[in-house]
Design a protein around this ligand. Structure first.
Ligand code: CTP
Length: 429
């Protein structure tokens, strides 16, 4: 989902960078729009670097600095904009139509007045008039300006029109006065955006440990045993859980993926390192999802240096790796939920159900890796969720992110059962 973040000119403009971060952690794509005055406080570059998008600053290309602005403002504009501005006068319509919400933080008395009276002399106020998306405004200003009848009348007009106002907080103000006028806490603004967009926060009280990717089991100095796991399923689970409010620890085997924002990552290589990382953290988490394709075998001994080639056949002795899920089953606490994955090439449901019994998980995510669009490397998966009471839910092919959300939906349901009864319904736990 894409939201517009309008930043106007006040001391609190720098706090919009933190808000941008929060919104991104919730999985939102953010298009920042700055007014001219905002650019006196923070440079567009800050927001550009954080958002990964060009910041929109003006209605008209900088080649026509006078357009829509006074001559003095036009000069200022030329100085501030290092690159030529390619926005066209109709771009605001495209932006207005592409966003799911417009949040303006901080909002000055000036922008509130313009919005209340329908003035559209810059990009932000034009987008405000042109968008049908919900609008959230977080004012910040001097206490007297906030209390002024004019400002309060403008606020009343905007409220009446359905604009959500996140009231400023009381405290020490930049002007040296104390009272109402400080920008509301960033978390409160972010929460209002989430609520407006109907985003789920049903994992807010959970700490998830998710494993992802393959493991490398060294043979000698330069070679290892591994598998084709890309880590995409585990990373999708971590990202989906983070967006739904969970604290997430991602224990990742070697992958090329970029970890989702707001997720704590511990990188490991071998199954032994993964076992240590998971079991050391087990006591601190409420849910464990073992999405990693942990190697089942490792060389019985690691050869020092590099094995040299000769003409004779070479045998490698392998020994089983530690079964992390089995160790979790031994140590888990009553309120912890544990999810396993079963990647199978035949007898999907029987094998997955057997794994669930053996490893005492509360949920098993089974997938038939021989099916097109399921399993290791791709962006999609075809999953069946198995429950200890024998129920099974099968899903069509979908993105790994959607599949992740189905897994999380079941965990939310399982958690409700645990909360009501204090125990799992799972006969094994
Ligand atoms: N798993 C684990 N530790 C291992 C191997 C697997 O914790 N040493 C976990 C995986 O992360 C997965 C589940 O166990 O959640 C099932 O993994 P899978 O490889 O499908 O099952 P195995 O028990 O290894 O059985 P097999 O490979 O014979 O199918």
């Amino acid at each position: 989902m894409r939201v517009g973040l309008g930043v106007t000119g006040g001391i609190a403009a720098y706090k919009a960078a933190e808000l941008l971060r929060c919104l991104q952690e919730d999985g939102l794509e953010v298009q920042v729009i700055m007014t001219r005055a905002a650019r006196e406080f923070v440079t567009p570059l800050t927001f550009e670097a954080l958002s990964g998008h060009k910041v929109i600053t003006d209605l008209f290309p900088s080649s026509a600095p006078g357009a829509g602005a006074t001559a003095a403002e036009g000069n200022a504009q030329e100085k501030i904009q290092a690159e030529p501005n390619t926005e066209s006068a109709i771009e605001h319509i495209a932006v207005a139509q592409s966003i799911e919400a417009l949040v303006i933080a901080p909002a000055t008395a000036d922008v509130l007045a313009k919005m209340a009276h329908g003035l559209a002399d810059d990009f932000l106020t034009t987008v405000y008039l042109a968008t049908r998306a919900p609008v959230i405004v977080a004012p910040a200003m001097n206490i007297n300006m906030w209390r002024h009848e004019a400002t309060q009348a403008n606020i009343a007009i905007l409220r009446q029109r359905g604009v959500k106002i996140i009231e400023p907080e009381s405290g020490y103000l930049a002007c040296g006065m104390t009272g109402a006028g400080r920008l509301a806490a960033i978390e409160n603004i972010a929460r209002a955006v989430r609520e407006t967009l109907g985003m789920r926060r049903d994992l807010e009280n959970e700490t998830l440990l998710v494993t992802a990717g393959p493991t490398y089991e060294p043979i000698d100095l330069v070679r290892h045993l591994s598998n084709r796991s890309s880590g995409k399923m585990g990373y999708a689970l971590a990202e989906a859980a983070r967006r739904r409010g969970a604290r997430v620890l991602l224990v990742s085997g070697p992958t090329h993926l970029v970890p989702p924002q707001g997720v704590e990552v511990e990188r490991v290589k071998t199954s032994d390192e993964m076992a240590d990382a998971v079991l050391n953290r087990l006591a601190t988490v409420s849910i464990v999802i073992m999405a990693a394709a942990v190697a089942d075998y490792q060389p019985a001994s690691v050869i020092q240096g590099k094995i040299k080639k000769n003409s004779r056949p070479l045998s490698l002795e392998l020994k089983p790796t530690r079964d992390i899920l089995a160790e979790i089953a031994e140590r888990r606490q009553p309120r912890q939920l544990v999810v396993g994955f079963a990647a199978e090439s035949d007898h999907l449901l029987e094998n997955a159900a057997e794994k669930m019994r053996a490893k005492r998980t509360d949920l098993m995510v089974a997938n038939d890796i021989t099916q097109e669009g399921a399993g290791f490397d791709g962006d999609t998966n075809i999953i069946t969720l198995l429950f200890p009471d024998g129920r099974a839910k099968s899903f069509e092919k979908m993105s790994k992110f959607q599949a992740a959300n189905h897994v999380l939906d079941e965990l939310v349901e399982l958690r409700k059962t645990v909360a009501q009864t204090g125990i799992f319904t799972s006969p094994q736990s």
